[in-house]
Each structure stands twice: as C-alpha cells, then as structure tokens.
Design a protein around this ligand. Sequence first.
Ligand code: ATP
Ligand code: MG
Length: 225
Amino acid sequence: MTAVFVTATGTDIGKTFVAASLIRHWRAAGRTVEALKPVASGFDPASAAASDPGVLLAALGRAATHDDIERMAPWRFFAPLSPDMAAQREGRAIDFGALVAHSRAAIEGAKDLLLIEGIGGIMVPLDDSHTVLDWMTALNIPLLVVTGSYLGSLSHTLTCLDALARRNLTVKALVVNETPGATVALVETARTLTRFVAPVPVVTLPRLPSGETSHPAIAKLAAAF
Ligand SMILES: Nc1ncnc2c1ncn2[C@@H]1O[C@H](COP(=O)(O)OP(=O)(O)OP(=O)(O)O)[C@@H](O)[C@H]1O
Ligand SMILES: [Mg+2]
C-alpha cells in the first residue's frame, strides 16, 4: 500500500488537476486507486460534480453521488474561505483529531494506492490552532508539492519546502505547474528551483489543452509510486 498527500504552496495552484491526472494514469496502468479530499471549502451541493471531490470521483470513474461525496469529503463547507473560517460561518469547527483519525483509517485500509488532497497551501488553518502542516505531520506520508510558475513563486516554494523540512516530512516530488499568464518561463522557474531543492525531483507540467490530462510529467510522477 502506498499513500501520497498532495499539497501546494497555495490555493488554486493545481492540486486537484495533478491529483486527478495521476489517478487517471494509475487506473489506466491497472492500479487500484482510492482518493480522499477530506476537507473541502467552497463546496456547493448544486454543482457537486465540478467540486474537488466531484473531479476526483470522475477520475476514479465514479459519479458525484451524495454518498460518494460524503465518503470522499466528510468536512464540506459552503463558503470559499479557509477551512476554519468556512466552518465558523456555519457554526461548525473541524475536529482535528477526528480528521487525523479518519485519514489514518483510510491509509491503513487502502488496498494499493491512496491519494489524499489537502486544502489550500501548506499552512492554511483548519481550526483555531492546527494548520494543514500539522495534519501532514500527523500522517507522515510522502508529499507531492505543487507550485506555480508565476513571478514570486520561487520564494513561496522555497519557504514552503523549508517549513516541510522542519517537520521532517518527505517530499517525493515538486511539481511546477505552469501559471496562466506567468511572466516567467516555466523551465526557468524549474531550473532555479532544482538548484535549491536537490535531491527532490522537480517535474514541470505545462498548461494542457482543455480536457487533456495525460502528459509525460504525469507519467513520471505516477512512476514514483
Ligand atoms: N496544467 C494544467 N493544465 C490545464 N489546466 C490546469 C492545469 N493545472 C490546473 N489547471 C486548472 O486550473 C484550475 C485550478 O487548478 P486546481 O483546481 O487543480 O487547483 P487546486 O490547487 O486544487 O485549488 P484548490 O486550492 O481550490 O483546491 C482548475 O480549473 C484546473 O483544471
Ligand atoms: Mg483542489
């Protein structure tokens, strides 16, 4: 059994895109894949199929039924805010212990591959005192870190990797996902990051045409598990 946690330097960077592409690749290669997106904010039940859990379910070849969404993403909140704020809007709070226990049970029960998508960046708050970093530390499974190629990403990425290293977390690969409209070339960003993050493998993923999810970068990432 192999588990991987997909995290990022921030929100809207490409975690779900990379996760869904990997799931499709693994399934096409005959692997048994399970996925979790335990915490989802900005979740509108009226457009569940377009939500992160909906996109991951589609990659798994399943429909976004209420039961499947509930299994994949038990902590769902309507407001498109950080999880702590989104929960507070509904008079709720994420029980960090329950989140860790739920994730651990999935890791222990997985048959072959389990992918967990985090939420936002590595230090987005989950409740009054825990962030995603605490969640990842508690699970201590290998990470895939997704970052962008926008101007400013170098510092964000190195800061992120430094925080992960301080918790002794294993970064299996860094994915530099092309930011639309970036003023810096994807390859230049990746080349600079490679100098600083070695021996962590750096993989570059260009913006793919609509509907496409296969790319040599995804195949390379998939082969790491
Ligand atoms: N390499 C890519 N090629 C084409 N489209 C992409 C690529 N990467 C991301 N996208 C698209 O960009 C948007 C944002 O990506 P995505 O939803 O994967 O980010 P995220 O990090 O999961 O965001 P969130 O923090 O909301 O979970 C999505 O519409 C996604 O399909
Ligand atoms: Mg996402």
